[in-house]
Design a protein around this ligand. Structure first.
Ligand SMILES: Nc1ncnc2c1ncn2[C@@H]1O[C@H](COP(=O)(O)OP(=O)(O)O)[C@@H](O)[C@H]1O
Ligand SMILES: [Mg+2]
Length: 271
């Protein structure tokens, strides 16, 4: 994952529970940055990192996930501004945080027309199965986590903070008890899910993503998990449990299909 250095804060983001801050970085771009000291805790960054790497391998449309390095000079000047926004009591230490490159002309998916205009609308079934893999329940009802990039005319996925069913609250014990758990359908009346439903249609809409997921190995997942930045304090035991949890879901991903079938009426048959 690319890494850039923070230069100066631009603007706080007011519509996210993790209180991102838009930061100008030394490559000239601005990044929606989640800090280790965000209100939900540092594990949010590990969630974002792991899911962005998985999504990248599956070739899903992301907003350039990036590590944002914050040094002492930046903190001397701007720590207070950041701390006031994220309401953290802890000091912000120099080190890496997680960001996505700002998409300038973007809108939350607000209506069905937006999806119809997206050049990559066939990615919808892939996003649905990806969300099953990582157990993300923060997209079916939340328009803020599926964006329409107007300059590219395409759908982009962001925000993988609230994944693995329990978001930032996971640890080895919590994940161990979830290994082998049944897949769960999305909220059928979810504000976003309702708009995605018509785009899962015909025969074998999940073929592509199933093919890509079959190409992903346990070793690939371990490589992703073992490279979580040390300073985000994920213990080895937690990393091993996360690996076991994700491998279990990946191996069983086809079991999600019969769970999804009843809520996707335009899907005629096949995978
Ligand atoms: N890369 C990005 N480009 C444009 N807008 C973004 C980007 N990342 C986040 N946003 C906007 O900021 C909001 C909050 O970010 P998000 O990652 O969803 O945080 P939270 O986990 O707190 O919900 C999003 O709903 C979206 O409107
Ligand atoms: Mg969000």
């Amino acid at each position: 994952m690319q890494i850039v250095n923070a230069v100066r804060p631009i603007k706080p983001v007011t519509n996210g529970v993790t209180k991102p801050f838009i930061i100008l970085c030394d490559d000239g771009n601005t990044y929606y940055t989640k800090f280790q000291q965000n209100p939900e805790g540092p594990r949010v960054l590990a969630n974002e990192y792991v899911c962005a790497k998985i999504a990248h391998q599956l070739k899903l449309p992301l907003a350039s996930p990036t590590l944002i390095n914050v040094d002492k000079d930046f903190l001397n000047l701007y720590e207070q501004i950041i701390a006031d926004h994220i309401e953290c009591e802890r000091e912000i230490h120099p080190g890496v945080h997680f960001g996505t490159k700002r998409i300038n002309k973007t809108f939350p998916i607000a209506n069905a027309k937006m999806l119809e205009r997206a050049l990559n609308v066939t990615i919808v079934p892939e996003i649905i199965l990806f969300d099953q893999l990582i157990r993300n329940n923060d997209r079916d009802c939340n328009g803020g986590n599926l964006l329409f990039d107007q300059s590219q005319m395409k759908i982009v996925v962001i925000d993988h903070s609230h994944v693995f069913e329990i978001g930032a609250l996971w640890d080895a014990q919590q994940l161990d008890i979830r290994i082998g758990a049944d897949f769960q359908p999305f909220t059928q009346n979810g504000y976003i899910f309702r708009k995605l439903v018509p785009h899962v249609r015909g025969y074998n809409p999940f073929d592509n993503i199933i093919g890509k997921m079959s190409g992903m190995t346990d070793r690939d997942l371990w490589h992703i998990i073992k490279t979580i930045p040390e300073e985000w304090l994920i213990t080895d035991a937690d990393k091993i449990a996360l690996h076991a949890y994700l491998c279990d879901r990946l191996h069983r991903i086809k079991d999600a299909l019969p769970i999804l079938k009843p809520i996707l009426p335009q899907w005629k048959g096949g995978g």
